[in-house]
Ligand binder design. Structure first.
Ligand code: NZQ
Ligand code: ZN
Length: 385
C-alpha cells in the first residue's frame, strides 16, 4: 500500500426528513445562493422543503435555476455574476451530480481574481471559495462527498475536471425519498456510474490493499443485489437508501486510498460526452468493454479475483472465467437499462481518432493504473468497444 493522507470532512445528514435540518449547518450571517437544475426539485417538492428549512433558520437566499446536465461554464458564470452582485457567500446545491459539480465551480469562481476557466484548463490553484452545501437528489457521482467537479464549455465542446479541498461540501443531505421522482433512465445511469467508479479504483492489480479490495467488492456486490429493488416502482425506501449509500461510498475517496487507480474509462467517456452529449454513465458503459478487452493482460489477476468474488465464478478455466465476468458485468448494466459497447450508441466512425487526438493535445495521456494507455491504445480501446 502506498502512503496516503485521507481527510474527508463532509458531514452527511442521511435519511428521510433530513432536509429540515440543513439550516443549522449554514453559519448565521451567511448569504445563500440556492442553485438547482432544470426544475425537477420544484416538481417533487424538494424545493419547498429546502426553502422552508432556509426560512426557518433565517438565512437570506437568492435562487438560481437552470444548471443543465453536464453543467456548462457559460451558465455557471451567470450564477457567479449573480452571487457577486448580491454578495452571496454560501452556495447550496440542490440536485444531482451536475448541480453539485456546477456549484463547486461557482463556489471557487466567486472569489477568483482571474478568468475562472483557468481553474479547469490551466489547473489554476483555487485559493479561496464560498462555502458549499449539497442536497443530493440523484445517487450516482459521489460529488456530494468529494472534492471534484466536471464542467463543460459549450463554445469549445470541452469537458474538464478540477479538484480542490476548498470545494469539498461542508455538509450533504442524502434523503432517499428525494430519489422517488427519478426516471428509470437516471436510476440506471446512477447504478452504472457508481459501479464503474469502483471498477476504476479496483480493477487494476491484486494485493495492493486486501481491505480496499473487500470494501470495493462490498460496494459492487451490494449494488448488484439492490439494483432490481432500487429500480422498482413504486419506490422502495430501503433499496433507495442502500443505493444512495453505495454511490457515495463508491467515490468518497475511501476505497482508493493507497492503491493504483485507472480512470481511463472516465477520461475517454468525458470526451465522448463533450463531443456527442451522451449521458455520463452511458459513455462509461460504452467504453468499458473496450478498456477491459485491450487491457485484459494488464488486469488479468484482478479480473480473476473480480470473477470469483463479485460474480461467484470459480468453475471453468481462467480465460472462460474472465469472459464470463465481463459478460455478467455487461448484462448487469443492460439489466438497469444502460446498453454496453460503443455500437449501441451509434457514434460517428471518426470518434476514436478525434478522442485520442484531443486527449493527447491536452496532455491527459498516458492513462491507466500503469500509465500504459497512450493515444494509439485509446484508439484501440474505442475500436474494441
Ligand atoms: O435538472 P433537473 O431538473 O434537476 O433534472 C435532472 C437531470 O435532468 C434529473 N434529476 C435529478 N434528480 C432528480 C431528477 N429528476 C427527477 N427526480 C430527481 N430526484 O436527472 C437528470 C440528470 O442529472 P445530473 O445531475 O446531470 O446526473 P448525475 O447525477 O448523473 O450527474 C452527472 C454529472 O456528474 C459528473 C458527470 O460528468 C456529469 O457531468 N460527474 C461528477 C463526478 C464527481 N464530481 O466526482 C464524478 C463522475 O464520474 C461524473 O463525471
Ligand atoms: Zn462517473
Amino acid at each position: 500500500m502506498d502512503n496516503f493522507v485521507f481527510h474527508n470532512p463532509v458531514k452527511l445528514l442521511f435519511g428521510k426528513g433530513q432536509i429540515a435540518a440543513l439550516g443549522r449547518e449554514i453559519s448565521s450571517g451567511a448569504r445563500v445562493l440556492l442553485a438547482y437544475g432544470g426544475g425537477s426539485i420544484k416538481a417533487n417538492g424538494v424545493h419547498g422543503q429546502v426553502v422552508a428549512a432556509l426560512r426557518a433558520a433565517g438565512h437570506p437566499f437568492v435562487e438560481f435555476g437552470g444548471i443543465e446536465p453536464n453543467p456548462r461554464y457559460e451558465t455557471l458564470m451567470r450564477a457567479v455574476a449573480l452571487a457577486r452582485a448580491e454578495k452571496l457567500d454560501f452556495v447550496l446545491a440542490v440536485g444531482g451530480g451536475s448541480v453539485a459539480d456546477g456549484c463547486k465551480f461557482i463556489a471557487a469562481a466567486i472569489p477568483f481574481a482571474g478568468e475562472p476557466w483557468d481553474i479547469l484548463a490551466r489547473h489554476a490553484k483555487v485559493e479561496a471559495a464560498a462555502g458549499l452545501g449539497v442536497v443530493l437528489t440523484l445517487p450516482a457521482t459521489g460529488s456530494e462527498m468529494n472534492a471534484y467537479a466536471v464542467i463543460s464549455r459549450e463554445a469549445t465542446r470541452e469537458k474538464l475536471a478540477f479538484g480542490s479541498p476548498l470545494v469539498t461540501p461542508k455538509f450533504s443531505v442524502l434523503d432517499p425519498e428525494t430519489t422517488f421522482s427519478l426516471p428509470a433512465r437516471q436510476l440506471g445511469n446512477g447504478i452504472v456510474d457508481a459501479f464503474v467508479h469502483v471498477l476504476e479504483q479496483y480493477l487494476t492489480v491484486t494485493g495492493a490493499s486486501p481491505l480496499n479490495d473487500r470494501l470495493a467488492e462490498a460496494v459492487m456486490t451490494t449494488l448488484v443485489e439492490v439494483a432490481p429493488r432500487a429500480m422498482a416502482v413504486p419506490p422502495d425506501y430501503a433499496a433507495r437508501a442502500d443505493l444512495m449509500w453505495c454511490a457515495t461510498m463508491a467515490l468518497n475517496g475511501l476505497i482508493g486510498q493507497g492503491v493504483p487507480q485507472d480512470w481511463a474509462t472516465h477520461y475517454i467517456g468525458h470526451e465522448l460526452t463533450a463531443l456527442t452529449g451522451i449521458d455520463h454513465a452511458r459513455t462509461l458503459a460504452a467504453v468499458w468493454p473496450g478498456v477491459v478487452a485491450v487491457r485484459r493482460q494488464a488486469k488479468r489477476a484482478k479480473l480473476l479475483q473480480f470473477a470469483a468474488r463479485v460474480w461467484g465464478l470459480s468453475e471453468a478455466d481462467e480465460e472462460t472465467r474472465i469472459d464470463q465476468a465481463i459478460a455478467r458485468t455487461r448484462a448487469f448494466f443492460d439489466s438497469v437499462g444502460v446498453p454496453t459497447g460503443l455500437a449501441a450508441y451509434g457514434v460517428a466512425a471518426d470518434i476514436p481518432e478525434i478522442i485520442a487526438g484531443r486527449l493527447e493535445a491536452r496532455g491527459a495521456l498516458p492513462l491507466g493504473e500503469d500509465g500504459g494507455v497512450d493515444a494509439a491504445m485509446v484508439r484501440r480501446i474505442l475500436d474494441a468497444a
